[in-house]
Write a protein that binds this ligand. Structure first.
Ligand SMILES: NC(=O)C1=CN([C@@H]2O[C@H](COP(=O)(O)OP(=O)(O)OC[C@H]3O[C@@H](n4cnc5c(N)ncnc54)[C@H](OP(=O)(O)O)[C@@H]3O)[C@@H](O)[C@H]2O)C=CC1
Ligand SMILES: O=C([O-])CC(=O)C(=O)O
Length: 436
């Protein structure tokens, strides 16, 4: 299945005895074994997991023809880490799988993950990058850039096109890859095409990922993709699945700060309710500026109800018009924020937004959908929904609209979640933030 490749630059650096060691004595072990290794042996960085269709040039033969995959490139090097005192205080490796890894968002995100910015300066990381035949070359390019960045914490990188390989033992799965909606494409078609991707990835996570994997779905339509993914992964707690609405929260905070003339760290308690679409509801009723209710600080309530809400809902589309492509850097930042919100205790009195499974929610939101709601975490990867939030007629009317949209998306993907035949009666104006 996998074909070994030694990147030419490394080939030239290796002396003959090392090469002969690699070609004959590479210990055959699981690629993603992250247990501490005796004698501080370290894998190289770059390992490829490919399917039969991908013809990577062969340069290392291990003489065991039945081996499904093997290390290659710099990933095959071994190092004596005895001298590296700092590694003694490092934590156990964390394994992070990323789909759409050759895409624009991933191109920002991967380097943040590898740098230690996300999981901390004592957290070694294994990155497992999922692409496709279409993107495999680009994926190799991404892996090469990761190699060349010499991140001390980045201990393993593997690339591949089979989610059953790439999701093996994943503790985090950041699902970014999804087909963009092309001109003339019906939203129902988009839901179906992407839904199939997420159904397959849900099955793969169910089969091979860590039982406590945390899944953040970014690829759009992310709420319904997350629902499809979790429904296809019955052995993983539904609570572990998130749809990314943190970018919307960040956008809302920015607009409120701008209007109030304060720096955005003064804005707290911002909830995005519902779907990551133009029906999303940025909640200014419960949000605070300098600890005060937003409505006491921003007296222009018409602006809040009309301009602010629409600005947040359509920010993605305005940016696409200016930039010519959708938000990538700020999305990557918001994925980092979303992860950090789960692995660090939420500041007292505050909360964060995430699209999560609605079963058991205290707000009377329909069960069995993925809906963005206010969450708090102890920093253990888990979260609880915030109970003390207020509702008024304005908020409730909009909550009902975004809920109706999500229920329609769910009906439209019934065939992917084991609920029979799909019926697509999506509201006409169902749009992603980037579509306008
Ligand atoms: N939730 C949020 O807040 C946001 C979500 N998004 C969404 O994130 C996703 C990724 O965005 P971005 O990284 O900018 O997009 P890119 O187009 O740069 O990358 C997307 C990746 O998706 C993969 N993909 C999977 N299936 C298909 C398919 N059938 N056809 C084409 N490509 C496919 C491709 O990788 P490969 O070939 O390797 O599979 C591609 O590299 C999009 O769905 C976008 O709408 C964007 C911004 C914000
Ligand atoms: O619509 C898109 O693809 C981009 C998007 O989600 C956003 O900018 O929020």
């Amino acid at each position: 299945m996998a074909v070994a490749e030694l990147s030419p630059s490394y080939k030239t650096q290796l002396n003959a005895s090392r090469l002969s060691f690699l070609s004959t004595h590479v210990p055959i072990r699981r690629r993603f074994d992250v247990r501490p290794r005796p004698r501080h042996k370290r894998d190289g960085i770059y390992c490829s997991v490919t399917s039969n269709q991908i013809q990577a040039p062969v340069s290392i033969q291990t003489e065991q023809p039945n081996i499904k995959s093997e290390c290659y490139g710099v990933f095959c090097l071994t190092y004596d880490l005895k001298a590296e005192e700092e590694t003694k205080s490092w934590r156990k490796m964390v394994t992070v799988a990323v789909s759409g890894a050759a895409g624009m968002i991933a191109n920002h995100l991967l380097f943040k993950l590898a740098s230690g910015e996300v999981f901390g300066p004592d957290q070694p990381i294994a990155l497992k990058l999922l692409g496709s035949e279409r993107s495999f070359q680009a994926l190799e390019g991404v892996a090469m850039e990761l190699e060349d960045s010499l991140y001390p914490l980045l201990r393993e990188v593997s690339i591949g096109i089979d989610p059953y390989d790439i999701f093996q033992d994943a503790e985090w799965a950041l699902l970014i890859g999804a087909k963009p909606r092309g001109p003339g494409m019906e939203r129902a078609d988009l839901l179906d095409i992407n839904g199939q991707i997420f159904a397959e990835q849900g099955k793969a996570l169910n089969a091979v990922a860590s039982r406590n994997v945390k899944v953040i779905v970014v690829g759009n339509p992310c709420n319904t993709n997350a629902l499809i993914c979790l429904k296809n992964a019955p052995n993983i707690p539904a609570k572990n699945f998130h749809a990314l609405t943190r970018l919307d929260e960040n956008r809302a905070k920015c607009q409120l700060a701008l209007k109030a003339g304060v720096f955005y760290d003064k804005v707290s308690n911002v909830t995005i309710w519902g779907n990551h679409s133009t029906t999303q509801v940025p909640d200014f009723l419960n949000a605070r500026i300098n600890g005060l209710p937003v409505k006491e600080v921003i007296k222009d309530h018409k602006w809040l109800e009309e301009e602010f809400t629409e600005k947040v809902q359509k920010r993605g589309g305005v940016l696409i018009k200016k930039w010519g492509r959708s938000s990538a850097a700020s999305t990557a930042v918001s994925i980092v924020d979303a992860i950090k919100s789960l692995i660090t205790p939420t500041p007292k009195g505050d909360w964060f937004s995430s699209g999560v499974y609605t079963n058991g929610n205290p707000y009377s939101i329909a069960e069995d959908v993925v809906f963005s709601m206010p969450c708090r975490s102890e920093g253990d990867g888990d979260y609880e929904l915030v109970k003390d939030v207020k509702f008024d007629d304005y908020l409730l009317t909009r909550l009902n609209k975004t809920m109706a949209e999500l229920l329609a998306e769910k009906r439209c993907t019934a065939h992917l979640i084991g609920e029979g035949i799909a019926v697509c009666d999506l509201p006409e104006d169902t749009m992603l933030p980037g579509e306008m």
